[in-house]
Design a protein around this ligand. Structure first.
Ligand code: PLP
Length: 423
């Protein structure tokens, strides 16, 4: 079989966009200048982790070079400076999410830890036998397994909002599921394997009508969409620093102050206490109650730099530009005979998951790698999504604002090569 991939109709302005100066932006990302297997790197794996601009790398180097010291406890200048930077990063996250106060921002390791924190603290405190938690059919494993563990412990039940063949949630089914036993709804904002942007505002509104709190997994939304947790009115929102131009090992749990305040600690240790005796420990106020031990200081500072960088560009422009890329990529991939896009929701972020007739996704990934193209293949930590579509895996190209239409053309030529190799 051979792929039919005619040249794109619009040749002009493959890189330049009236929305963004992408050529200039790309110069901020040193890794994009490197070659892979003798070819220019085409990085289409930003859903797994984003690349880092020089400003973030510089912030890490500056911290370790000039300020390195522990936070919150020191009387000396370095510790004061590190504390100021660390807490400054919290304020940047607060502004980024439009949260009401820095108290509502808990630094965690990433989305996974944020969800585990809510399950282990809020969930443990509020779930009883026979209660229910609602998640969706397109959750990442990290928004499934912590709830399964909790349900097992409590004798509670996990319920799953189904989706249609395009990868859109069936909201009527969700509405029917919500009931007096529902204790929490935990839903992904943007699916990492399908790209679907879920109608989280509506999901939250319906849950709140029944007095049920909602956690939103924003791992794939925070890097791509403007966010406003107060407008969404979500109770918890989690995301990972490394997917939003920041370092690995740092992430954010946003929680409404009233909820966080009512929750017991998740881990015990230094910094999360006011006083300790062998008889009794008094826990610290939020957010410190949930930040036991020395935090990832450099990570938080790097995340602050990432937020500065992204905010200077503007999430509105990022989203609009990435949407153009998605439309272009969808059009080009749709013209390839033998290729099926998995995830065709009307509201989509820049994720292109696909399968090729008779060729295993891992083979696609290997051939593309030989062309310098980095994509991800596998189940993307969403095995139930793969089961829903009756496939073992997909090949996934995930785009960011530093990608170009030219790179999508390189991907299309790479897919032609895959067909050549395996025909
Ligand atoms: N949720 C979604 C939708 C994701 O895409 C990911 C990572 O790919 C996660 C959660 C887990 O993020 P992390 O591994 O950074 O904790």
């Amino acid at each position: 079989m051979s792929a039919m991939s005619p040249a794109p109709r619009r040749r002009a302005s493959l890189v330049d966009s009236p929305l963004l100066d992408v050529e200039k932006i790309r110069q901020d990302f040193p890794i994009l200048r490197r070659e892979v297997r003798g070819k220019p790197l085409v990085y289409l794996d930003s859903a797994a982790t984003s690349q880092k601009p020089q400003a973030v790398i510089d912030a890490l180097v500056r911290y370790y070079t000039t300020e390195n010291s522990n936070v919150h406890r020191g009387i000396h200048l370095l510790s004061e400076e590190a504390t100021q930077e660390y807490e400054g990063a919290r304020t940047k996250v607060q502004a980024f999410l439009n949260a009401s106060s820095p108290q509502e921002i808990v630094f965690v390791r990433g989305t996974t830890e944020g969800i585990n924190l809510v399950a282990g603290s809020y969930g443990r405190q509020n779930l009883r036998e026979g209660d229910e938690i609602i998640i969706s059919a397109m959750e990442h494993h990290s928004n499934i397994v912590p709830w399964q563990i909790l349900c097992q412990e409590k004798g509670a039940r996990l319920r799953v909002i189904p989706m249609n063949d395009s990868g859109e949630l069936l909201l009527e089914e969700y509405e029917r599921m919500l009931g007096p036993r529902t204790r929490l709804v935990a839903v992904v904002h943007v699916s990492n394997s399908l790209g679907t942007i879920n109608p989280v505002e509506e999901i939250i509104r319906l849950a709140h009508r029944q007095g049920v709190p909602v956690l939103i997994d924003g791992a794939q939304a925070a890097p791509h969409l403007p966010l406003d947790v107060r407008k969404l009115d979500c109770d918890f929102y989690v995301f990972s620093g490394h997917k939003i131009l920041g370092p690995t090992g740092i992430g954010v749990l946003y929680g409404k102050a009233s909820l966080l305040d009512s929750m017991p600690p998740y881990q015990g240790g230094g910094d999360m206490i006011k006083s300790v005796t062998f008889e009794k420990t008094v826990y610290n106020d939020i957010p410190y109650r949930f930040e036991a031990g020395t935090p990832h200081i450099a990570g938080a500072i790097g995340l602050g730099a990432a937020i500065d960088y992204l905010s200077a560009i503007g999430l509105d422009r990022v989203a609009a530009y990435e949407h153009q890329l998605l439309e272009y990529g969808t059009e080009r991939l749709s013209q390839i005979r033998g290729l099926r896009i998995i995830g065709t929701a009307r509201e989509k972020a820049a994720v292109l998951s696909f399968v090729l007739d008779g060729i295993h996704p891992h083979d696609i990934g290997t051939v593309l790698d030989s062309e310098g193209i980095a994509i991800r293949t596998g189940h993307h930590c969403t095995q139930p999504v793969m089961a829903r579509f009756g496939i073992p895996a997909t090949a996934r190209a995930s785009l960011a604002f530093y990608n170009t239409k030219q790179e999508i053309d390189v991907l299309v030529r790479g897919i032609d090569k895959v067909f050549e190799v395996f025909s």
